[in-house]
Design a protein around this ligand. Structure first.
Ligand code: SF4
Length: 229
């Protein structure tokens, strides 16, 4: 884990909030997921508040290194980018996607708080179009808690599912059932996926005393507070 001083977002070095090396909860098939650190939006009800700050400790990694990590499992057939805001780190993610695709035929899904028109009209980073070139399905727009209908592979029903290529055209992302997976990585339990409405409250309610869910967008960590410490 590396910590600030920060690298400029345009440098191509990724600043990561989290990585999952195999999930079936964030798109078709078995995929790896990358959550970047830092988001310029503040959607009320965002469940990843600790991933919004650009100053929060984050793992810094070159795309070349991360590509190798993500492809270690030969069954991985796709990548999902989320955050944080992926388009604030467009250069690094575009390079990551390109490198990974040189080694394997992957499909790529990306969530963003921007609308596609905003990205085109006023790109927040110099490599936005390079990243758009790599994405098969873009899920765009801010999260609106009141419009979370508990359906599909998006947080709320204002978010559009935009097929930028035909590669995943056979999948109806609006109809995909939401699912979550409990995973253990580096001694921490994570909830990966887009939780159906109320699932997180149920999970929270079932945890033993002293164990709390810490919010994370589509990814949560169980943080054990050892009260003897
Ligand atoms: S919901 Fe997404 S776009 Fe909105 S503040 Fe949270 S991470 Fe940013």
């Amino acid at each position: 884990m590396n910590y600030p001083p920060k690298v400029p977002p345009d440098s191509g070095v990724l600043q990561l909030a989290a990585v999952c090396y195999g999930t079936q909860a964030l798109g078709p098939g078995l995929r790896a997921a990358v959550w970047v650190q830092g988001c310029p939006f503040r959607c009320p009800g965002c469940i990843a508040p600790q991933w919004l700050s650009f100053d929060h400790p984050a793992r810094r990694v070159k795309p070349e290194v991360l590509a190798e990590e993500l492809l270690a499992d030969p069954q991985i057939g796709g990548l999902t980018f989320s955050g944080g805001e992926p388009f604030m780190q467009a250069r690094g993610l575009a390079r990551l996607a390109k490198l990974a695709r040189q080694k394997r035929d992957l499909n790529i899904i990306c969530f963003t708080g921007y609308q596609l028109e905003q990205l085109i009209r006023k790109p927040p980073e110099s490599s936005v179009f390079d990243l758009l070139d790599e994405i098969d399905v873009l899920i765009d727009g801010p999260y609106i808690a009141e419009r979370n209908d508990g359906r599909g592979l998006r947080g709320s029903d204002n978010q559009r599912i935009i097929y930028l290529t035909s590669r995943l055209a056979g999948y109806d992302f609006h109809a995909l059932p939401r699912r979550v997976e409990l995973q253990v990585l580096n001694g921490q339990m994570m909830v990966v996926g887009i939780p159906p409405v109320d699932v997180l409250q149920v999970l929270d309610a079932t945890l033993p005393q002293g164990v709390h869910l810490q919010a994370g967008l589509f990814f949560k960590r169980l943080v054990v507070n050892d009260e003897r410490a």
